[in-house]
Design a protein around this ligand. Structure first.
Ligand code: DQA
Length: 150
């Protein structure tokens, strides 16, 4: 079982970017916690961050045949990017959309996701913990589809 984690634009600034919304945990620390959590759950996990939409899409292409599903924090691209949505849909693997902040409690433009409709589910508002909650959600989904024993 292998899960890939995709982090979108500006998430490399976590730790110093708007801690009131995102907390003070760095992306390196989030990836470390995810790797630890994945190890405890007996799965492989790979993670990637880019500030560029096309690079994120290329990474989806490069990894899509070797993963069972994704955790995707699209950052602002989640509000706008039909290209990212199409790439995830074409890849045909389940994903959970993740946000550190509760986007529904913020500016109106953040309340719209172009990905949520094709996601297994959305986890938001739990800061860094959102990712681990999303990992459990994705694993529960994969188990219910009979993929967890493969
Ligand atoms: C975010 C929320 C987005 O609205 C924002 O553009 C981000 C981070 C979050 O994790 O809360 O960059 O995805």
């Amino acid at each position: 079982m292998r899960v890939a984690v995709l982090h979108g634009p500006n998430l490399d600034l976590l730790g110093r970017r708007d801690p009131a919304q995102y907390g003070d945990v760095t992306l390196v620390e989030i990836d470390r916690r995810l790797s630890e959590g994945a190890e405890r759950r007996g799965i492989d996990l790979i993670a990637f961050q880019s500030n560029h939409e096309g690079v994120l899409i290329d990474w989806i292409r490069a990894t899509m045949d070797g993963v069972d599903g994704w955790l995707v924090n699209p950052a602002a691209l989640g509000h706008t990017s039909y290209a990212l949505r199409d790439a995830l849909e074409a890849a045909g693997k389940p994903f959970v959309e993740v946000h550190l902040s509760n986007v529904l409690a913020r500016e109106p433009f953040r309340g719209r996701s172009v990905l949520a409709e094709i996601a297994v589910g959305v986890v938001m508002g739990f800061r860094a913990e959102s990712y681990l909650l999303a990992l459990d959600g994705l694993l529960a989904h994969l188990a219910s589809c009979g993929r967890a024993d493969e």
